[in-house]
Design a protein around this ligand. Structure first.
Ligand SMILES: Cc1cc2nc3c(=O)[nH]c(=O)nc-3n(C[C@H](O)[C@H](O)[C@H](O)COP(=O)(O)OP(=O)(O)OC[C@H]3O[C@@H](n4cnc5c(N)ncnc54)[C@H](O)[C@@H]3O)c2cc1C
Length: 490
């Protein structure tokens, strides 16, 4: 044997990373299940189950291929690697560049050598080159450059269909009683059962833990959901928990599926003529635009970026985030209950409900980030940090997004069916039945009016404060709402 190839739990692809040129005659494959990863925090067991079972299935597939595989449990990754190295005569260890600053630094300090991380479509240095040439890091500009660079839905330098963006067609509210096609259920095997027993986890059938299952999920999306993805992309409904979202983020993030495989299938389906352009463009934008941009920004902005707190938000995490019985707000109760059942909700509840609530209540960004990392199935550090700190709670002062995504109850009422049965009225901003989102939206603008008045994309919203004749009453109600949240009574 000549070397040890270390496979982090998010590098599970045979054809990419350090495994690309692996040889069963000369390479020992190493996996480490670290206690830091499993018991270090209050992780959602669905998330742990998915990550660990996927890694164990992948390790087994390499063994079946004839590789010598070492899968160890240890206090830390480095401790585990030491054990494996001891057994294999101090062979050198190689790995694809890890996906977080922390793991990168730890492995580098231990002497691991890296091969380039090709688990994304954009090499890190190429992104840096793009970012260094920008005045502001607008995702839209990055996305257009990606379309041209990758040759996706373009004719020369022009977008197919005459527009880069079909968002106007993609903002429909949910239709009444919308069921849609059934979601795929994933069968469980002995490895799954073993992992679930170790974690004390009650298995569900929501998430696959094998490449085969992940590919079935992808096929199901392209066959049954892709054509309708766009128009209902932002809608939220209690009738259907995922609408036409792909449910592919966990598999692309742990690399059971490489993003190039998803894009290839999307372009193929679009070229066959069976998918409207607003759905194809909307989905492709998520994969080659948002996902790549977020990863690029994580590395570009550096390890201290996660500590930003531009709006000096100091409130502790509200009890309603971990316990849906601590709120009477129907949208939050439903969303947190969904997260408890599946470790997933789509991007609009993440942004316009959870992050919006953290933003307008002045919740500490790092406390909120930690919670989001713990409860979502797809929450890797590189993706959660920019999405929360930059997009979700504007803690970076606008480095990523030019304005905060703050909204009142009217948006939620328009885009969901949550409000009708709710105890609160989205149209009211004062009084006991006022929607807390509406009250706190105005209160948030009022508290930060000096900061936001200077932002040309916010000035109109801030100016709206002048029209409120009930501002003193609103400020008082906002204090009551915040106190009620802390007691778990609102
Ligand atoms: C506050 C906040 C936190 C988020 N945290 C995560 C996270 O921890 N992990 C994660 O993978 N996504 C995160 N997202 C992005 C997005 O919500 C999820 O990728 C999506 O909901 C996953 O479901 P899906 O696969 O059905 O996505 P679809 O709606 O089908 O989208 C297709 C794919 O596009 C990619 N994508 C779309 N938007 C983003 C984005 N903003 N950042 C990165 N990739 C994106 C994902 O790979 C996703 O699978 C977050 C978004 C917000 C607003």
């Amino acid at each position: 044997m000549k070397r040890i190839i270390y496979i982090p739990f998010d590098h599970l692809h045979r054809k990419f990373g350090a495994l690309k040129d692996a040889d069963s005659q000369s390479d020992v494959i190493a996996f480490v299940e670290s206690a830091r990863m499993t018991t270090g925090r209050n992780w959602h067991t669905e998330r742990l189950f998915f990550l660990i079972s996927s890694a164990r299935h992948f390790a087994k597939s390499l063994e079946d291929e004839g590789f010598t595989v070492e899968y160890v449990k240890a206090a830390t990754t480095v401790d585990g690697l030491k054990t494996i190295q001891k057994k294999h005569k101090a062979l050198p260890i190689t790995c694809a560049e890890p996906s977080s600053f922390r793991q990168y630094d730890q492995l580098k300090a231990f002497g691991v050598t890296f091969v380039p991380n090709d688990f994304f479509l954009t090499p890190r240095d190429l992104f840096t080159q793009w970012a260094e040439g920008q005045k502001s890091y607008l995702m839209e500009n990055f996305y257009r450059a990606q379309r041209i660079r990758l040759g996706i839905m373009v004719e020369g330098n022009k977008p197919t269909g005459g527009s880069w963006n079909f968002d106007k067609e993609n903002r429909l509210p949910p239709p009444k009683k919308y069921e849609g096609p059934a979601y795929l259920e994933h069968k469980r095997d002995e490895i799954d059962k073993e992992v679930a027993a170790e974690l004390g986890h009650t298995m569900t059938t929501t998430w696959a833990t094998t490449r085969k299952g992940a590919l079935a999920q992808m096929k199901n999306f392209f066959d049954n959901h892709f054509a309708e993805f766009g128009p209902l992309e932002d809608a939220m409904t209690t009738d259907n928990w995922a609408l036409h979202h792909s449910l592919l983020s966990p598999y692309i993030n742990n690399n059971l599926i490489h993003p190039s495989e998803v894009i290839h299938a999307a372009v193929k389906a679009f070229n066959s003529g069976s998918v409207p352009i607003e759905s194809a463009e909307g989905f492709i934008r998520q994969i080659i635009g948002w996902r790549e941009y977020v990863n690029g920004m994580y590395w570009f902005l550096g390890p201290d970026y996660r500590e930003n707190n531009h709006l000096n938000a100091t409130r502790k995490l509200l009890p309603l985030f971990s316990d849906p019985s601590k709120t009477q707000m129907n949208c939050i109760k439903e969303t947190v209950t969904d997260i408890q059942s599946r470790a997933w909700v789509h991007h609009i509840p993440r942004l316009m409900l959870l992050s919006n609530l953290a933003l307008i209540t002045g919740t500490n960004p790092q406390a909120f980030l930690d919670w989001m990392r713990e409860v979502f199935i797809d929450a890797s550090e590189w993706v959660m940090v920019p999405n929360v700190i930059g997009m979700g709670v504007h803690a970076d002062g606008g480095q990523m997004m030019t304005k905060p995504y703050a909204a009142g109850g009217a948006y939620i009422s328009r885009m969901s069916n949550y409000c009708k049965p709710c105890a609160y009225n989205p149209k009211l901003r004062t009084g006991e039945t006022a929607c807390p989102f509406t009250t706190l939206y105005w209160d948030f603008l009022d508290r930060h009016k000096e900061t936001f008045a200077k932002n040309h994309r916010m000035s109109q919203q801030v100016f709206g404060l002048n029209r409120l004749s009930d501002l003193p009453e609103l400020r008082e109600r906002a204090q009551e709402v915040l106190a009620g949240f802390e007691k778990g009574q609102i």
